[in-house]
Design a protein around this ligand. Structure first.
Ligand code: SAM
Length: 224
């Protein structure tokens, strides 16, 4: 496997390129821009709960954790953020990421996301608890349900096993009734699979460079 490479995206923020998959962790049009649009504006802002149980599929660079933590400083709610990662990044890579600098935030807060212990909840900021699991979504089992899921797997063409009916049935079970899942992907086949698993699907305008994105909602009541 070739080494992950640090790249610059169009808004100046870093992302990672994986040569063996020919895939980036974020949109090359802007990593911070994309994460704000898809996960913060279309996800976090669409959920009114307090406390919030949030699940992320794919911790990666920690950018979504960091942006959620920063956003929560404005009108703090209590956030329990669970993040799954099958292939954690090395310290060499995460220490080079320029997110704290670009966002005018304390680098120590960003590093805490990567350096805190796995498998236990850690208060990494006021009202913000992070629990990282070093596991794949497929291998992870819980009875917990979530108000919000950030579904940030690699694209369907690169990682088809993450966009199947089996996976979205699991996402359905992981959502609270009325809970939502957001993803940057907007493929027709993904929308159809989500619907076949009982989720309501909304197509929203995508971030720069992408026409659409998906928000999926678990209905509050199932009609028998
Ligand atoms: C598109 S990247 C996005 C990562 C992250 N959200 C970010 O902002 O950097 C996808 C992430 O999912 C992780 N991943 C791949 N397969 C996975 C699986 N089966 N379960 C959980 N995470 C997985 C990858 O290692 C990678 O970190």
């Amino acid at each position: 496997m070739m080494k992950p490479t640090l790249i610059y995206t169009a808004d100046g923020s870093h992302s990672i390129y994986l040569p063996h998959l020919n895939e980036h962790y974020h949109s090359v049009h802007g990593a911070i821009q994309e994460s704000m649009h898809v996960f913060i504006y279309a996800g976090l802002h669409a959920v009114a709960n307090n406390p919030i149980n949030l699940l992320e599929v794919g911790l990666g660079t920690g950018l979504n954790v960091f942006l959620t933590m920063i956003e929560n400083k404005n009108q703090p709610r209590s956030i329990s953020y669970t993040s799954l990662e099958k292939y954690p990044l090395t310290a060499e890579i995460y220490q080079s990421l320029n997110y704290a600098k670009l966002l005018n935030e304390d680098e120590k807060d960003f590093l805490k996301i990567h350096q805190c212990a796995w498998e236990v909840p850690v208060a990494i900021h006021e009202h913000f608890y992070l629990i990282k699991h070093h596991v794949s979504l497929q291998q992870w089992h819980t009875k917990q349900q979530f108000h919000l899921i950030y579904f940030d797997a690699f694209a369907p063409e690169k990682q088809p096993d993450m966009w199947t009916e089996e996976i979205f049935k699991k996402i359905y079970e992981l959502l609270e009734p009325g809970g939502i899942m957001v993803t940057y992907c907007a493929k027709g086949v993904v929308k159809r699979t989500l619907k076949s698993c009982g989720l309501q699907v909304q197509s929203l305008p995508g971030p720069p460079g992408k026409r659409e994105m998906i928000r999926a909602i678990k209905p509050k009541q199932t009609i028998l």
